[in-house]
Design a binder for this molecule. Structure first.
Ligand SMILES: Nc1ncnc2c1ncn2[C@@H]1O[C@H](COP(=O)(O)OP(=O)(O)OP(=O)(O)O)[C@@H](O)[C@H]1O
Length: 759
């Protein structure tokens, strides 16, 4: 059966043609001799491998046939066009091997001639100096030259000579973005953007897997071309199609289906490479961390059908969305029904711990071993731990036993943070242990007397939960982890072979200890995707303190696929001026973070009153929704708010103004036909075509909620979470972002906003 390779296409197709194009490729995949396909060469084509095929009366597919030593032909699909256009394109399209790096690329015939006339190799770098800030005004100096890059360096990488020349004169990021979009191969654009953000030439080579070809390229050799198509950088533009679902996804949804088949070389590495132990993948919002996890889950399950792969994340809603997307990636992938079954088991981390406990209680509740497990985490108490302790019990415990606490410590927020980060993960069951424990990472220092006062409240909290036979989620995770460790020590196998975790930055220590306990230490055990700048819950966590040893196995993704460069710059501005720490206590600064897409600058709208703000929001949405053929489907527009209360009012206000809107809370499926209004917390992991951030004012209730109740030393971290929340919300926008407020503009917004302001 012929192998289809999806290549770059010159345009978009409308729905009906896409269906016909898919049907054509499906038939071609079965046999290129199928009657009616009419796979034919074209007289006078620049590339003798070019063929056209008949999609229907009017449309033709543009193909490149590569046979080589393979028994079956390979067909590179370059799009479907009206008959005459297809013939014209067939004459000039050339798929060739880049002589500098052996990567396959699609070029136009004229460009193919010039591009193979490769420039002189890069001159030795002696004597060339990078401009010094004292000599020149770097803000008006060509971008790449400020990074010490010369035309010869670019040509040496394999970048098209014309693009390389132009790149060296470009002075602004926006111009570079436009130029990158015109490069003949996606990797070339990416290399230019990466160089402009400070990555050195060697780093770019490494990230894209660019190497000098071992043999002189032979334009006639099909085998060389096939090799070239398989290079990681080539696979940003050319994808070998493995199954019908991938083909259908990429053809019928050529924008949003791309992640299923076209991966960045770094994404490919992270998805498919074996790791000798636990691995941490960090990366800014929209860099494809979730995409990597999904591909990795599929890869592991396919590699070993008996493998038990757990795919998990912070909560149930995100887990449902992971499962849904995994099914999109591969409808044939076995999704395990029970934890411990072969296949991919997808669930939120709390659902996982609950499941472990439910099963253990069923079997072991009366056993001494289970009693010891529970007692080792919570002290002597009832062995029943399945019910949930409501957070309100902290208030009751404070009321009954908190009289000796200093006023700044007398809050549920402080006690919960102390309990979650220190008491539970260290399995502290007595006052003496609590008096002795080290509390690294906790902002507030506690004297011995203060510790004793805290412990009295902890005892009251535990006593009431014991009476109710309940535990909170941190306690459940820790009891479950302790149980799994005890079982493993007794020779019972762990319940998973691979654990893949999304949004790990939001997981409290006990949850991480629990995930560690699901799988034995070893190759490909734990894979954590995280972005510390998106931490909107809990406290900073350092993985090594909880038995997760990453050293040397962490990487960062920097190419944002979701948002435009303009939205990204604005969102990163929200984070500016703060120190960010990652889960290995390293620097999590957003260096090298870039987008290859361009769009309008974010809009800031200062409303004169709340009513005016509603009005402005409705007007924006109506404008986007009713923009003729290009109008947005309502559910692709997100209105993000700080609190549920504001959200309810916005839904009402929009509905009054003729905009059908729906408040989304826990429901995983959002439906169609309504603009989606949700809290910024709920928007995590989601994306919209256009986003309104509503009520981003320092006067708006909700922002900084609870911060004043925190001790001074914990407040700075709380403020970081507010900043992260706004960053998360702003990065949900793919194409356009509008920021609305009335009253005082929020201090969290970028100081010198690159935004058009309307008031
Ligand atoms: N290789 C790719 N080709 C095309 N689109 C991609 C690719 N990788 C990711 N994307 C798209 O980029 C968007 C962001 O991807 P994803 O959600 O995986 O990022 P993320 O890093 O997990 O983001 P966040 O941290 O904000 O949740 C998605 O729309 C995804 O489909």
């Amino acid at each position: 059966m012929p192998q289809i390779i999806l290549g770059p296409s010159f345009g978009k197709l409308d729905g009906a043609v896409r269906k016909a194009a898919y049907a054509f490729l499906e038939k071609l995949q079965e046999s290129d001799a199928t009657a009616g396909l009419h796979i034919e060469p074209i007289n006078g084509s620049a590339d003798p491998r070019v063929r056209t095929g008949r999609v229907n009366d009017f449309w033709r597919a543009l193909l490149v046939k590569v046979q080589g030593q393979a028994a079956e032909a390979h067909y590179v699909y370059l799009g479907t066009y009206p008959h005459d256009e297809a013939i014209a394109r067939a004459k000039t399209a050339v798929v060739r091997v880049n002589p500098r790096n052996g990567i396959a690329e699609l070029v136009e015939a004229a460009a193919a001639d010039t591009a193979t006339e490769v420039a002189e190799p890069a001159a030795p770098r002696t004597g060339r100096t990078r401009p010094q800030p004292d000599d020149v005004d770097l803000t008006t100096y060509p971008l790449l030259q400020t990074q010490g890059v010369a035309v010869a360096d670019l040509v040496d990488l394999g970048i098209d000579a014309t693009i390389a020349d132009a790149a060296l004169t470009v002075e602004t990021e926006d111009e570079l973005l436009a130029l990158a979009g015109r490069a003949p191969a996606t990797w070339q654009g990416d290399a230019l953007l990466d160089l402009a953000t400070g990555a050195g030439l060697a780093t770019v080579r490494d990230k894209l897997g660019l190497t000098v070809p071992a043999v002189e390229p032979d334009p006639e050799s099909d085998d060389q071309l096939l090799d070239a198509l398989k290079q990681p950088a080539a696979q940003m533009d050319f994808a070998f199609i493995e199954d019908d679902a991938a083909l259908r996804a990429a053809i019928e949804d050529d924008n949003f289906g791309r992640w299923r088949v076209f991966l960045h070389p770094e994404q490919r590495d992270h998805a498919f490479k074996n790791r000798s132990g636990s691995f941490r993948l960090s990366g800014g919002a929209g860099t494809g961390k979730t995409v990597v996890l999904l591909h990795r889950a599929r890869h592991l399950a396919r590699k070993n059908p008996a493998a038990r792969v757990v795919l998990t994340t912070y909560n149930r809603t995100l887990a449902s969305s992971l499962e849904e997307t995994l099914r999109l990636l591969d409808p044939t992938l076995p999704i395990a029904k029970n934890l411990g079954d072969p296949g991919v088991y997808v669930a939120g981390v709390d659902a996982l711990s609950r499941r472990v406990i439910a099963k253990a209680e069923d079997v072991h509740v009366a056993s001494a071993a289970w009693g010891e497990t529970v007692a080792s985490v919570l002290g002597p108490r009832s062995p029943y731990v399945l019910d949930l302790t409501p957070a309100a019990r902290w208030e009751a415990a404070l009321a009954s036993a908190g009289a000796d606490l200093a006023p700044e410590l007398r809050s549920q927020a402080f006690l919960q943070a102390e309990y979650t980060t220190i008491v539970v993960p260290h399995r502290i069951t007595t006052r003496d242990e609590y008096l002795r424990v080290r509390r690294p990472g906790r902002g507030v220092a506690l004297s011995r007397v203060q510790r004793m006062a805290v412990w009295r409240v902890v005892e009251a909290y535990r006593a009431s939960a014991d009476a109710a036979g309940s535990t909170d989620w941190d306690e459940k995770a820790m009891v479950a982890a302790t149980h799994l460790d005890a079982q493993a020590a007794a020779g019972v196998p762990r319940v998973a072979d691979h654990v893949l975790v999304d949004e790990a930055q939001d997981l409290a220590p006990a949850r991480l200890v629990f995930l560690r306990a699901l799988v034995a230490q070893g190759p490909d055990d734990l894979f954590l995707a995280e972005d510390s700048q998106q931490r909107i819950y809990g406290q900073k966590v350092v993985l090594s303190r909880y038995g997760i040893n990453i050293v040397g196995r962490s990487r960062r993704l920097t190419l944002n696929y979701r948002t435009t460069a303009q939205v990204l710059r604005y969102a990163v501005g929200v984070l500016a001026g703060e120190d960010w720490v990652d889960m290995e206590a390293g620097d999590a600064a957003a260096t090298g973070y870039r987008s290859a897409r361009s769009g309008p600058a974010p809009r800031e709208v200062r409303a004169s009153s709340l009513l005016d703000e509603y009005e402005q929001a409705a007007e924006l949405v109506r404008g986007w929704r009713d923009a003729g053929d290009a109008g947005d489907a309502p559910e692709t527009i997100g209105v993000l708010v700080r609190t549920k209360n504001t959200g309810d009012k916005v839904v009402h206000a929009l509905s009054e103004r003729g905009v059908k809107a729906k408040f989304i809370q826990d429901d995983a499926s959002t439906g169609t036909g309504s603009v989606l209004v949700m809290t910024m917390h709920r928007s995590k992991g989601m994306e919209f075509k256009r986003v309104i951030l509503f009520g981003v004012s320092s006067d708006e209730q909700g922002w900084g909620y609870g911060l004043s109740a925190l001790p001074e030393a914990d407040r700075a971290d709380g403020e970081l979470r507010e900043r992260s929340l706004l960053y998360v919300a702003a990065t949900r926008a793919r194409d356009e972002l509008a920021v609305l407020w009335n009253g005082r503009r929020s201090d969290l917004l970028p100081a010198h906003a690159e935004a058009a302001t309307v008031s």
